[in-house]
Design a protein around this ligand. Structure first.
Ligand code: NAG
Ligand code: NAG
Ligand code: NAG
Ligand code: NAG
Ligand code: NAG
Length: 300
């Protein structure tokens, strides 16, 4: 028993050592690495970890204090499909951050400090399916064409942000969009928003927290649910006249009035001219008649 049992602990220790070594060589400190997944959740990290294995598919940086994602280091992870950065301090300079991770399918940026999304923010993420940006209270602007390249986008969450307005074309042309979370934003239900509410009622997209998608401005519509406000907006925006409309109508009225006056005046002049002309013609004829009657006897 003892001769055969001798080498076993040794080889076990060797294997364990190998295992530990291979885990430690590449795995960033304070993170755990296994099966192409690197998990650094809740480690008070202030910077993007530098020694991430290059074949990583899934990177979890949730609940840290990271304020900046370096585009170059991120682009080394060319196979990355899943990136979870929720609950960090990522700010407004995300443009061109994701240029090297075109295979990314899942991106969670919720609970951060994003301020705006432009075309350059996600334009290279052509495989993106899930994008979570909820709970970014300073996110006030999403450019019209922000998702123009993300044609596979299926799930988009922009709940609890600082958004007042979303242009319909931002989401209307996404062929695969199925879930769009919009709740608890300070939606400004003015006439520009009418188009969006119309799209919401017509589209096949599911709005998961519909009861909390409400208008915040104008005060008269505060708390009204967004698709339901369409009727009110349609009435306000399409049937009521604005100041410009009144000015326009007055101008038209004035034009018609002046045109009428001028036309009547011209008609009057024409009538007078005609009368004078016909009267003169009759005189001429009479004169002619006179001359012929005078001349005839001479010829005769
Ligand atoms: C990452 O680690 C945290 C805590 O260490 C754990 O709660 C979480 O489930 C892990 N995530 C994944 C996807 O394994
Ligand atoms: C969030 O961003 C705003 C504007 O860029 C900045 O003033 C604020 O300090 C940031 N907040 C945090 C917690 O970083
Ligand atoms: C994404 O947008 C960029 C910039 O317009 C363009 O060069 C690129 O070809 C687009 N990618 C796809 C897949 O459309
Ligand atoms: C509606 O509100 C949004 C956000 O405040 C603003 O950008 C837009 O110009 C407004 N449109 C009109 C017609 O007032
Ligand atoms: C709507 O908001 C209220 C209060 O914030 C919350 O309790 C409720 O769960 C929300 N409903 C949905 C469907 O998210």
């Amino acid at each position: 028993m003892s001769p055969s049992g001798g080498p076993q602990p040794l080889s076990l220790m060797f294997l364990l050592g190998m295992g530990l070594a291979s885990e430690n060589i590449n795995c960033p400190s304070r993170c755990s690495c296994q099966y192409l997944e690197v998990n650094c959740t809740g480690q008070q990290l202030q910077e993007f970890p530098m020694t991430i294995p290059l074949d990583t598919r899934q990177l979890i940086l949730a609940t840290n204090k990271i304020s900046y994602l370096p585009a170059v280091e991120l682009s080394f992870l060319a196979d990355l499909v899943y990136l979870d950065c929720r609950e960090n301090l990522l700010g407004d300079d995300l443009d061109f951050t994701f240029i090297g991770v075109a295979k990314l399918v899942y991106l969670d940026l919720s609970f951060n400090n994003l301020t705006q999304v432009t075309f350059s923010t996600f334009s290279q993420l052509i495989s993106l399916v899930v994008l979570k940006m909820s709970d970014n209270p300073n996110l006030v602007a999403i450019e019209k064409d922000a998702f123009a390249n993300n044609t596979w986008l299926r799930y988009l969450d922009v709940s609890r942000t600082g958004l007042l307005f979303l242009d319909t074309s931002t989401v209307r042309d996404l062929p695969n969009l199925r879930f769009l979370a919009l709740s608890d934003n300070l939606w400004h239900c003015n006439c520009s928003f009418l188009d969006f509410t119309t799209w919401m009622t017509k589209s096949n997209v599911h709005f998961p927290d519909a009861e909390n998608i409400t208008c915040y401005m104008p005060e008269g519509l505060r708390g009204v649910k967004v698709p339901a406000v369409e009727v009110q907006l349609r009435f306000n925006c399409l049937t009521q006249l604005h100041k410009q409309d009144y000015i326009f109508l007055c101008l038209i009225g004035f034009c018609i009035f002046s045109a009428g006056t001028v036309a009547a005046w011209l008609a009057g002049i024409c009538a007078v001219i005609y009368e004078v002309h016909t009267a003169k013609g009759e005189d001429d004829e009479e004169e002619e008649e006179d001359t012929t009657t005078q001349n005839c006897p001479c010829v005769g």
